[in-house]
Each structure stands twice: as C-alpha cells, then as structure tokens.
Design a protein around this ligand. Structure first.
Ligand SMILES: NC(=O)c1ccc[n+]([C@@H]2O[C@H](COP(=O)([O-])OP(=O)(O)OC[C@H]3O[C@@H](n4cnc5c(N)ncnc54)[C@H](OP(=O)(O)O)[C@@H]3O)[C@@H](O)[C@H]2O)c1
Length: 302
C-alpha cells in the first residue's frame, strides 16, 4: 500500500519541491499555511489525526530572520512548539517525522565545519526558536530525522538568488557582505535528498532516526554567492562589504559551514558542490519563465 505523506509548509521553497517529488512515493497531502496554521496546536493535532500519515515532512517554518526579532512569540510557536506537537502526533500514529533545522543554531565562531554535536548558541530569535524545535522533537523520542541545512534558495519565494537577480537588473553595483561564510543550498537538491532517504524505505529511514547535517559541499561568502549568480557579466559589479557596513536587527553567524559526514555515512550519498547545484538551478529556464512575477522581493530569509 502507498503510504500517506503529510507535507506541512507545502507552499515554501522546500515544501513546494517536496510535494512534487514525493508524489510517486505515496499519497501526498500538501498542507500549506492556509490549510494548516502551525501556530495553532489544535489544528496540528486535527490535521495529523485526520490524515493518519505514515510520514510527516515538516517543511513549514517562520523563516523571516529579521522579522522574527519583533515577533518572537509567533516564531516560537511555529519553529519551537509546532515541531514538538508534530513529533508527539507522529509517535502516536507510528509515523516517521522529517524536519528541517538551520546552521543558525550555531554562533558562527568556528573556523571548521560544525559537526552535529557541536555546542549550539544561536545569535538571533530565529535560530533560538529553531533550536527549541529540535529539542522538542528530541524530547518526544519518536522516530524523527532532523536535517539541519543552510542558505536555502530556489526559483520561488524569498531568497538570495532571486534578490540578487532582481537587483542585478536594476543596479550597476551590488554591495554584498563578504565576512559571513556558509553554503548555499538549492531547495530542490534538499528535497531530492529527502526523497532519496524516503525511497529507501520508511523502516530503514526510521532506524536512522536522529540529527543530521544535510548540505551541499564547498563554502562561500554571500559576496561569492552573489558573484556566482551574476557570473561573468560586466555589470553589475559585485563589491565586498563587511557585516558592520550592512547592519540588520538580527545578528547572523559569521561561519555556518555544516559537516555532512554523519549524513553520508548513514544514507550512503552526499550532495554536490554548491556551484554545480547553482548552475543546475539557474539552467531550469522553463520554470523561471513560468514563475509568477509578483512573488519575490526583499532579502534572503535565512
Ligand atoms: N530559507 C533558508 O535559508 C533556510 C536555511 C536553513 C534552514 N532552513 C529551514 O528549512 C525549512 C524550509 O525552509 P524554506 O527555505 O523552504 O522556507 P520558506 O520558503 O520560508 O517556507 C516555509 C513555509 O512555511 C510557511 N509558514 C510560515 N508560517 C507558517 C504557519 N504559521 N503555519 C503554516 N505554515 C507556515 C510559509 O508560509 P508563508 O510563505 O505564507 O509565510 C512557507 O510556505 C525550514 O525548517 C527552515 O527553517 C531554511
């Protein structure tokens, strides 16, 4: 029998990709914010009990890093408490839970890639609430895979790729932070990796329950990421600046590269280098032609 798969945050960057890619592997119930508000505990319980899924993939999150500083209660409900409720309900119905977290649980003081058990010390409300969510899942003690990732971009939503593309069309010069280092990840590559884990069988995935770092390889500053997006064009010029020159209400870690050895050992594959994946993403011209023009603006969310 095909498993029932509940995907929350189905309208988001990863959620959108998951819904399409999981379809051959089960009956997918795509719950976007309009149909399931993750800030409403009763709605979460009702959704899971109604769906009776074998797999829950929680791709929903409050990802507006700057806005979270002024909306900590809502960010806490969605990122901190909803994952625990989903984990409870997954345990109750015998489902596997897959959840995503972030490199922003770290303070960025490291100089080498963070392993899963490195001490956490989030610098902003978003990171603190995501850490709360990880802990809530761990406390439930059911079958859950938590994938920490970083710098997610894609062809829809609000993200750095689309912001740089828009600004590149408007300006001669882009001033981009060069003293924050991390790894860009295409939402589709993350969804593909998730589906590959699921496709190997839910019991096998459940046996590997735990916390993993899931990321492309390599590293980049935001400035290098922007340069790679702009490519060899004469314009715009990409000018490196410091974080101090671009102050925002949310502090961000200076270093967020995640060590992915544990994931590779458990699941037997690694993600590609980030530049290779970016090239694959930007080559997806068909979709780009079809995406809605009003859906993107502002800056990278995470
Ligand atoms: N984006 C990044 O750079 C990044 C980096 C590391 C880890 N992650 C993690 O990766 C996962 C997926 O992120 P993403 O990049 O796909 O983010 P995204 O594009 O912002 O998607 C998140 C989705 O959650 C939805 N959502 C927000 N509040 C909700 C609520 N109260 N109830 C139901 N849904 C709600 C959003 O809906 P609206 O669009 O209507 O708000 C959006 O569709 C998250 O766990 C995130 O923390 C993201």
């Amino acid at each position: 029998m095909r498993p029932t798969i509940l995907v929350t945050g189905a309208g988001g960057q990863i959620g959108f990709e998951l819904v399409r890619l999981l379809a051959p592997h089960g009956e997918v119930i795509a719950a976007d914010r309009a149909s399931l508000d993750l800030a409403d505990p009763d709605a979460i319980v009702a959704a899971v009990r109604g769906a009776k899924p074998e797999l829950i993939v929680n791709a929903g999150a409050y990802t507006a890093v700057v806005r979270a500083e002024s909306e900590p209660a809502l960010a806490g409900a969605v990122n901190g408490r909803a994952p625990g409720i989903l984990a409870e309900e997954a345990k109750r119905c015998g489902a596997l839970l897959i959840h995503y977290s972030t490199d922003y649980v770290f303070d960025g003081a490291a100089a080498t890639p963070y392993p899963e058990d490195a001490p956490t010390a989030p610098l902003n409300v978003y990171g603190a609430t995501k850490l709360e969510g990880e802990r809530a899942i761990a406390e439930v003690g059911g079958h859950a895979l938590v994938f920490r990732t970083s710098w997610v971009y894609g062809l829809r939503g609000r993200n750095f790729l689309l912001t740089v593309e828009r600004l590149a069309a408007e300006r001669d010069e882009l001033r981009i932070v060069a003293d924050q280092v991390g790894v860009p990840n295409w939402s589709r590559a993350l969804a593909e990796a998730t589906v590959r884990v699921v496709a190997a069988g839910l019991p096998a995935a459940a046996e590997r329950a735990g916390l993993y770092h899931l990321s492309a390889t390599g590293r980049a500053s935001w400035c290098e990421f922007a340069q790679a997006i702009v490519g060899n064009a004469q314009r715009p010029r990409v000018v490196p600046i410091t974080t101090a020159e671009y102050p925002t209400p949310a502090r961000r870690p200076a270093y967020g590269v995640l060590a992915t050895r544990r994931f590779e050992a458990a699941f037997g594959f690694a993600l590609a280098e980030w530049r290779e994946t970016l090239a694959r993403c930007t080559a997806s011209t068909k979709e780009r032609a079809g995406r809605s023009p009003g859906s993107k603006s502002a800056s990278a969310s995470d």
